[in-house]
Design a protein around this ligand. Structure first.
Ligand code: NAD
Length: 489
């Protein structure tokens, strides 16, 4: 249990200004906005509320720093990331506490996120010195073909509230490694984690102007002029499909490079030959990690009819036993949802499913009292027309439906406009490969409930996005390819 004095001290240690050109500064009009603790609804801090003019100053700073930063040797860029990695781990406890207070997730998960976030810096510190090119003799022997990779230029990075640090380092890591400058805009619900991260980047030796942070309650007004200006050359966005689509349109004007990590609607498929212990364990991770507020969260469970009752009973037993409370309390596993709107959306999705015939095995009603709590919920017999089979739940609700044949399971799994993650549980290797090949998602968890790994390409198909983050391809998104035709006569 963290005492309230310690909570206040740690929050007070986080800078609350805009971070532009290496300096902390207020918004030009002095405006601020409140950041709240979703477990109590009380205010934690006031943070600078940027205007469009502040946003343009951040773009000016990123543009001014670009040429110098691109010329910094890769080994130096790598060393900065490595120092930032060490600092993140050194400050893991404080960063985790700030994250838990503003986002709600349990402290143990917040510590896990800090470690996961740091791994992107370690990975990309190793990639920074491996940016290479190509050389070839032209097929007709006349001339040589030289291919080089260069930083794409200033980047606009926009992140969501659900993984407030890791979604930042997954973008900042490759941008720094590639030699790009950046303007980053964290979600208005969770700016403190990003501001604390920016302070760490400065301490790690990142030159002024390479990383600029703009916090605002009016992202549309502040970000659109930056995107339309033309000096930024790349957008990397993680958030909802609706906002991603709008940003893609804005980027079209300047033909900006874009990476979009958008919403998901992950199917979790349990075949009759699955190890049920492994499947239930995987379901707990895929459903309950981050209180269900993950783009990769299992959103629809399809279980073979011969094992469905047993699977549902065991899952309900495990989920109903999870302790609910403030993330800073010992042993809590289920924290609050991010805000009242998120809790009300979960309630309305559950009410809709029940009204269409679903049965509640556990949970099913929002909790009364302060904070935005919704209990772990298991529903069976959720029909295809229930809204939650098509919309992201973003909460601790597991809707279960049954199937009879492999073909039926694949059709049901692909019955969505999204294509981010999926989970398959079977002991039959041939089936595992057959289904993995036909499932329309960018990532597949095979007999495991977690897919995220900094060394692997993270991203989605269909309306879940464009591009990949992490892995060997992660840095490519921040590099331009230039080919030089070399005369040899
Ligand atoms: P959101 O789209 O509302 O907001 C995401 C970010 O975009 C925030 O920083 C927000 O301030 C900003 N934003 C909102 N409107 C904007 C505009 N008009 N112009 C510029 N910026 C704007 O999403 P959210 O509710 O914060 O996050 C939840 C969503 O993110 C879910 O759909 C989830 O699936 C998705 N997500 C995806 C991934 C992934 O990697 N695919 C990871 C985490 C979350």
């Amino acid at each position: 249990m963290v005492d309230s004095t310690r909570e206040r001290e740690v929050v007070r240690s986080v800078p609350t200004g805009l971070f532009i050109g290496g300096e902390w500064q207020p918004a030009e009009n002095g405006a601020t906005f409140a950041v709240d603790d979703p477990s109590t609804g009380t205010k934690l801090a006031d943070v600078a509320d940027a205007t469009p003019a502040d946003g343009m100053r951040a773009l000016d700073a990123a543009e001014k720093a670009q040429a110098g930063w691109a010329a910094v040797p890769p080994r130096e860029r790598s060393d900065i990331l490595r120092r930032a990695y060490d600092l993140l781990l050194e400050r893991q406890e404080e960063l985790a506490l700030v994250m838990t207070l503003e986002m709600g997730k349990p402290l143990s998960e917040a510590r896990g996120e800090v470690a996961y976030a740091a791994e992107f810096f370690r990975w990309f510190s190793e990639e920074a010195v491996r940016i290479d090119g190509g050389f070839a003799v032209a097929p007709n022997g006349q001339g040589r073909l030289l291919v080089m990779r260069q930083p794409v230029g200033p980047c606009v990075l926009i992140t969501p509230w659900n993984f407030p640090i890791a979604m930042g380092t997954r973008k900042i890591g490759p941008a720094v490694a590639a030699g790009c400058t950046m303007i980053i805009k964290p979600a208005e619900q969770t700016p403190l984690s990003m501001l604390a991260l920016a302070a760490i980047m400065k301490e790690a030796g990142l030159p002024d102007g390479v990383l600029n942070v703009v916090t605002t309650t009016d992202p549309a007004a502040v970000m659109e002029p930056i995107i339309r200006d033309g000096r930024a050359r790349k957008l990397s966005f993680t958030g909802s499909t609706a906002v991603g689509r709008k940003l893609l349109e804005q980027c079209a004007d300047q033909v900006m490079r874009t990476s979009l990590e958008l919403g998901g609607n992950a199917p979790f498929v349990v075949f009759e030959d699955a190890d049920l212990d492994v499947a239930v364990e995987g379901a707990m991770l895929a459903k309950m990690r981050n209180i269900g507020e993950a783009c990769t969260a299992a959103n629809r469970f399809y279980v073979h009819s011969s094992v469905a009752d047993e699977f549902a009973r065991r899952l309900a037993e495990r989920m109903s036993a999870l302790p609910i409370g403030r993330g800073v309390e010992d042993d809590v596993v289920v924290g609050p949802l991010i805000d009242a709107a998120a809790r009300d959306k979960v309630s309305s999705l559950v009410a809709d499913a029940v009204q269409r015939g679903a049965e509640v095995l556990t949970g099913g009603e929002a909790l009364e009292g302060e904070g935005y709590f919704y209990p772990p919920t298991v529903l069976t017999g959720v029909p295809r027309d229930a809204r939650m089979r098509h919309e992201e739940i973003f909460g601790p609700v597991a809707p279960i439906a049954t199937f009879e044949t492999e073909e039926e399971a694949i059709t049901a799994a692909n019955d969505t406009e999204y294509g981010l993650a999926s989970y398959i549980f079977t002991r039959d290797l041939a089936r595992a490969l057959r289904v993995s090949e036909r499932i329309e998602t960018g990532m597949v968890g095979l007999n495991q409930g977690i897919v995220s790994n900094p060394a692997a390409p993270f991203g989605g198909m269909k309306h879940s996005g464009l591009g990949r983050e992490g892995g060997r391809v992660g840095i490519e998104e921040f590099l331009e390819i230039k080919y030089v035709a070399v005369a040899t006569t």
